[in-house]
Design a protein around this ligand. Sequence first.
Ligand SMILES: [Zn+2]
Length: 213
Amino acid sequence: MTTSPAQIQRIRDLAFQLYAELADFQTLLSVPDVPMAPARVRFDAPVGTAEERASAQLWPGKWFDATGFAKRYQVGTRPWYVHTGADLNLNFPAYNADAHAPVYAPADGTVAVADLLPVWGKIVVIKHVLEDGTAVYSRLAHLERFDVVKGQIVTRGYLLGTVGNAEGTQAWHLHYDLAKIDLSEKPTDWPGDDEPRVRRDYYDPLTFTRDRH
Ligand SMILES: [Zn+2]
């Protein structure tokens, strides 16, 4: 059997095509890895059932913020304050249903403070590191109890403790704020009535959490 010139040409064409495809493939293989953006660090509300915390609603379930971020308020005859975060309360199905309610880590992080401090009562501060390396400090205060220690690594949703009333000095609620400044250095940071500093050094916890939920 002899090979016709047409068949030889066909084999050459196929070989050439195969060679071209191999070259393309090698080019593809030699393309450096496309750098993957690190996953956005997710934040949940620090209270609510697992289902409520996973849902899109903020604040979760029937929890509400009694004070509001950057709201100017006064307690009794004390000086005016500008609130650094949220005062999370729950009065459903009964008044003070928030008493003893579980408090969870809003995001992955490291416990920077777990202490009993004047005015604040039992307080936990967690250092979170965002995907771009920025640190955010969550502060959970007036707790009845905490079950974490300084230096402990926690994941989002980790049970930190329970809602308290600042050793009986305040109404039952969770004071929750998210600071841009290092609260591990000064866990009782309180700008008083300095609204520009509140806005400079703290995030609005509601919009921050919505953005990263
Ligand atoms: Zn508060």
